[in-house]
Design a protein around this ligand. Structure first.
Ligand code: FAD
Length: 536
């Protein structure tokens, strides 16, 4: 991008927050309460993002029979030797405070005998999951949006997509500081300039890089890609958590079939009715998530099947209707009566454990730029995420980041250049974007999915390089659209995942390589360094 002189006024705030999930809205509310003028920039409606889809709940030590040590230990075990101990302790010890804050915001947590009801989930040694029935995220998201709408210092910019961060070094100024950002306004197709002393990236994960995902459409890794382009290090991108059973149906985008269905005796079957978990693990369908996901992936690839089947039809109709009301109703809507027939399922990308390297205050390598929530790699999840540890991470780091911002002296403003559109025209062939988008997600699924090999990763790297060239050319010559921006970011994230996977010569946590099936004696994170002064 060539940079012309400033011609129009940027939109000036104290803090810019990109993303309106739990991480972004928590930070906005805390900063707004301290009278900071905050812009929340979000690429669709405020309610869209993974937070609203979270079902299970939020992990926190809340019961006298539980302890911080136990929660830390459970997290470390799940993380397969790669969790950062300081970050893990920090999150676990601040989790109860975060839950208490959500209560003061008005989140209607489920109760039992006048106390918070605590559920238990796989990998947790105690009951510590605070929840709102089976739709925790939706209740949290709704409550925080209501609060934000009543907070005078917060301005919401819906349907505005982050294009890129503006940093001092890109303008030829000293140091590497984030000065603001460019965002595409969908309504006008204009790219606006936003300016502030501090910017928080809270853009969520990158599940959409895979053909099958439980994530919403917003999860295109935009914050990770933008931070990388701005000069931030990115860590542990090879660790993508796959949920074993997502409904496979052309009209059912990203619908999860809960693990509780297997817990109640659901059997996994091949299209010919063979119960295949018998040949993979003595715990059968109740083996851990990653083991079941790998077994399904193996059978699908070996047999060339589009999906496998989860059969719970041996349970009576009344049991299914009372235990799985949502799953029963959603499947029936799509013509699948789960009391009579098996459910077609595929594993699906669920959670991005890696991300922008951030410290205990959410600070990244670029001064004035913070990363929190699923976009960040705080060190909490290591090589595998413990269930219900992600929502709590969003809040704990939102609190730590806002404290840091409130203690930081505001920087004088620098004149920022407008977005330069003088050299571009309207795209001639939008099909290039949709084609490349489909191609990327399919080869990432086939070559960089649950089971990896050196050959598959090489194939993926080769295709990514071709796509990057094509997309960069498109980006340089045509007006930006949200689809183009998302594709550009997805390809960047795909590149980071493949490079991280190629550099790990072992199988650990969520990364499984047939060429390196053993665990290395020492657990080390994968840290990718951005090239200096990369071209836009
Ligand atoms: C189906 C499902 C169930 C889950 N269940 C649980 C659970 O029970 N417990 C748990 O702890 N975790 C759970 N998770 C994980 C958890 O929901 C997420 O990790 C968490 O909500 C992430 O919050 P976030 O604020 O970081 O991102 P999100 O909630 O995803 O929000 C990201 C925001 O950024 C915006 N955005 C993205 N890119 C841009 C851009 N370029 N410009 C502007 N805005 C942008 C999006 O529109 C969105 O508003 C679940 C996830 C899924 C998908």
């Amino acid at each position: 991008m060539s940079i012309p002189p400033t011609t129009t006024q940027p939109l000036i705030f104290d803090v810019l927050i990109v993303g309106s999930g739990l991480a972004g809205l928590s930070a906005a509310l805390l900063l707004g309460a301290a009278n900071k003028r905050v812009a929340v920039i979000t690429k669709r409606s405020t309610s869209e993002g993974s937070t609203a889809w979270a079902q299970g709940g939020i992990a926190a030590v809340w019961n006298k029979n539980d302890s911080f040590e136990a929660h830390v230990d459970d997290t470390l075990i799940a993380g397969a030797g790669l969790c950062d101990l300081a970050a893990t302790r920090f999150v676990v010890e601040n989790a109860p405070k975060a839950i208490a804050w959500l209560q003061t915001m008005g989140v209607p947590f489920s109760q039992a005998d006048g106390e918070l009801h605590l559920a238990r989930e796989g990998g947790h040694s105690a009951r510590r999951i605070v929840h709102v029935t089976d739709a925790t995220g939706a209740a949290v998201q709704r409550t925080l949006i209501d609060r934000v709408l009543n907070m005078p210092h917060i301005t919401l910019f819906e349907n505005h997509t982050l294009v890129d961060l503006i940093t001092s070094d890109k303008l030829g100024l000293a140091g590497r500081r984030c000065l603001g950002l460019y965002a595409l306004d969908d309504a006008t197709s204009q790219v606006l300039t936003f300016q502030a002393s501090q910017t928080i990236l809270a853009t969520g994960g990158a599940g959409k890089v895979y053909l099958y995902t439980t994530n919403p459409d917003t999860a295109t890794g935009d914050g990770i890609a933008a931070a990388w382009r701005a000069g931030c290090r990115v860590q542990n991108m090879e660790f993508i958590q796959f949920h074993p059973t997502c409904l496979f149906h052309p009209h059912a985008k990203s619908f999860l079939i809960s693990e509780a269905v297997r817990g109640e005796g659901g059997c996994l079957l091949l299209p010919d009715g063979t119960r295949f978990m018998l040949r993979h693990d003595p715990r059968l369908e109740l083996a851990p998530r990653d083991v079941v996901a790998r077994a399904i992936d193996f059978e699908m690839k070996k047999g060339g099947f589009d999906c496998v089947y989860l059969d719970i039809s041996h349970q009576p109709l009344t049991f299914l209707q009372s235990h799985f009301p949502n799953i029963y109703a959603r499947c029936l809507e799509l013509g699948i009566d789960i009391s009579k027939q098996p459910i077609p399922v595929v594993p699906a990308a669920h959670y991005t454990c890696g991300g922008v390297l951030a410290d205990l205050r959410g600070r990244t390598d670029v001064t004035g730029l913070y990363a929190i929530g699923e976009t960040a790699c705080s060190g909490l999840h290591g090589a595998n995420r413990l269930a219900s540890n992600s929502l709590v991470e969003c809040m704990v780091f939102a609190q730590a980041t806002t404290q840091d911002i409130l203690q930081t002296v505001t920087q004088p403003m620098t004149a920022l250049p407008d977005w330069d559109e003088s050299q571009v025209s309207d795209a001639d062939e939008a099909v290039v974007i949709s084609h490349n988008w489909d191609e990327l997600r399919r080869f990432m699924w086939d070559y960089v999915g649950i089971v990896r090999t050196n050959k598959r990763l090489e194939r993926a790297a080769h295709r990514i390089a071709l796509l990057q060239g094509e997309i960069q050319e498109f980006y340089a010559h045509f007006h930006v659209t949200r689809d183009l921006l998302e594709l550009r970011n997805l390809v960047q994230v795909a590149d980071l995942i493949v490079r991280s996977a190629q550099s790990r010569h072992e199988s650990r946590g969520l990364h499984f390589s047939r060429d390196y099936p053993d665990l290395a004696p020492v657990a080390l994170p994968t840290l990718l360094m951005p090239p200096v002064n990369q071209a836009r």
